[in-house]
Write a protein that binds this ligand. Structure first.
Ligand code: ZN
Length: 496
């Protein structure tokens, strides 16, 4: 047997265990009886431990070295083995004692965060947050870094991403977004009263499913359920599930989550099945994943041509709600720019300011520039400065996101980068697909999906994110594609 084939077999076994854990997570959110939590987290812990042991065993390390020493590897096979070796080295750097210490700190932090948020009391969370920040800084020391510790955390989510790049990208975005928002919010606001009328739950569900299917989401290898927070989970390229939530008085909630999660799911359904368990069969990075959801959500779902097809369908489903609304009013209503406190409810422009606040705070924490007790004030000051909103409570302020209680520092920036990548990818797609606007107007997305499949989905991790971007668009990530799109679009929404 070739060493490479043995490697494929072993990687597949590790993936099997991780996907079984994924199925338990999915079941926890969808079907598990409310009393099942304690044993379920124990089962998830055991299975994750088994997968981790398999992935980091000395046998696996030896096998990877043997594969890399083989002289019969194709280019793709070598790339797989090299990436697996990098992943292996990253995983074995942290010893078991440290991993366990981190895991128990996280579970304490999550419990305290939940309580702190519901009681609107930051003090309940602050000690465990401080502990997590300390452990994360230790982790960066163990892993090593060149310029600053935060770089190491960014790299875990986004290979190659550094603060130097984010500083210039976010500075440029902020300099353009803040005045653009000031300009737009000072104008007359489009009406959006019709969005909070009562939209029947079942009818919303079937409308969302119809859109999802039209995007090319394959129901024979997927399904949709309801959950508190929408998510996508892949159990294999032929079992990729999405969830949504429905609010009868907020029609957009379901719509955006269906299209957004649909974009994530199409990426997973488009990964190469013959690379199951291998780097080339996995997503390139979190930003690239987010670029797929944002491309569908912002550039298709929030566009006028998209609603030329779907608004009449919607009107037919909800005649009473939309009888006094024109397509133009609908389009403008779903694209209003309004200052808000909560990141997950933000419009396309404010969203990035929410992310930039978190980026600056995380970085200050990792550099030891700020004490944990001073964080709520720092948060509120930045919200006033960048978003011009007063934060009325910590529950709706610094305690709003779950990420820090999970120990996820360095994750937030990938959300904004996803939008920036989406704009650049979509610009390239428009230039390579003749008549794409007319296709979207007709509800036909197959050429767009094929383009995404070929250029972005099928390669998996074959290229690092920056190289993928160069490969697809001819240049590295450039925020001006996003800014040009946003200025053009919102000038149209707020213009005459
Ligand atoms: Zn997403």
């Amino acid at each position: 047997m070739r060493k490479y084939d043995e490697y494929v077999k072993q990687m597949g076994r590790v993936a099997d265990v991780y996907h079984a854990v994924g199925l338990m997570h999915w079941d926890t959110e969808i079907y598990m009886p409310s009393g099942g939590g304690i044993f379920r987290s124990r089962q998830i812990g055991t299975m994750t431990g088994i997968a981790h042991e398999m992935a980091t065993s000395t046998e696996m390390g030896k096998l990877l070295d043997d594969v890399l020493a083989s002289d019969d590897l194709s280019e793709d096979e070598r790339r797989n083995a090299e990436l697996s070796k990098q992943d292996y080295d990253k995983q074995v750097k942290l010893n078991k004692e440290f991993v366990e210490k981190m895991a128990s700190a996280k579970s304490r932090a999550f419990a305290n965060w939940t309580k702190a948020r519901s009681e609107d009391n930051f003090a309940i969370f602050s000690d465990s947050l401080e502990e997590l920040i300390k452990l994360k800084r230790q982790e960066t020391e163990i892993r090593g870094f060149e310029n600053e510790p935060y770089d190491t955390l960014l790299d875990l989510y986004e290979p190659g991403l550094r603060t130097a790049f984010l500083d210039s990208t976010f500075e440029s975005a902020k300099e353009q977004i803040v005045p653009l928002i000031q300009n737009l919010t000072s104008r007359e606001q489009p009406r959006k009263d019709f969005l909070s009328r009562k939209y029947d739950k079942d009818k919303q569900w079937s409308f969302g499913l119809e859109i999802l299917k039209s995007m090319g989401y394959d129901m024979s290898t997927g399904r949709q359920d309801i959950s508190a927070h929408p998510f996508t989970i892949s159990l294999s390229p032929s079992d990729v599930r999405v969830t949504t939530r429905i609010d009868e008085h907020d029609f957009l909630n379901m719509t955006w989550s269906c299209i957004h999660e649909g974009g994530h799911a199409l990426y997973e359904q488009g990964l190469a099945a013959d690379q199951y368990g291998l780097p080339l069969g996995s997503a390139a990075s979190l930003s690239i994943h987010e670029s797929q959801s944002r491309l569908w959500e912002n550039h298709i779902g929030r566009s006028k041509v998209f609603w030329e097809k779907w608004f009449p369908v919607l009107q037919e489903k909800f005649p009473d709600n939309l009888i006094d609304v024109t397509l133009d009013e609908f389009y403008k209503g779903i694209n209003t720019i309004t200052p808000n406190l909560i990141r997950t409810e933000a419009d396309e422009l404010h969203y990035h300011l929410h992310v930039i606040v978190r980026y600056e705070i995380e970085r200050a924490c990792m550099n030891g520039d700020v004490e944990v007790d001073a964080l709520p004030d720092l948060w509120n000051t930045k919200y006033k400065e960048y978003l011009n909103v007063d934060v009325p409570s910590n529950a709706d302020g610094i305690l709003q996101d779950v990420h820090w209680s999970h120990g996820s520092f360095g994750y937030f920036p990938t959300y904004s980068l996803g939008s920036f990548y989406a704009a650049q990818f979509f610009e390239t797609a428009k230039n390579s697909i003749a008549g794409i606007e007319n296709q979207v107007r007709d509800g036909n997305y197959s050429q767009l999906l094929n383009w995404l499949r070929t250029n972005i989905h099928a390669p998996g991790r074959k290229y690092d994110p920056e190289d993928l971007c160069k490969q697809v668009t001819g240049e590295p990530l450039n925020v001006s594609y996003y800014m040009d799109y946003a200025k053009r679009k919102f000038e149209g929404v707020y213009g005459s």
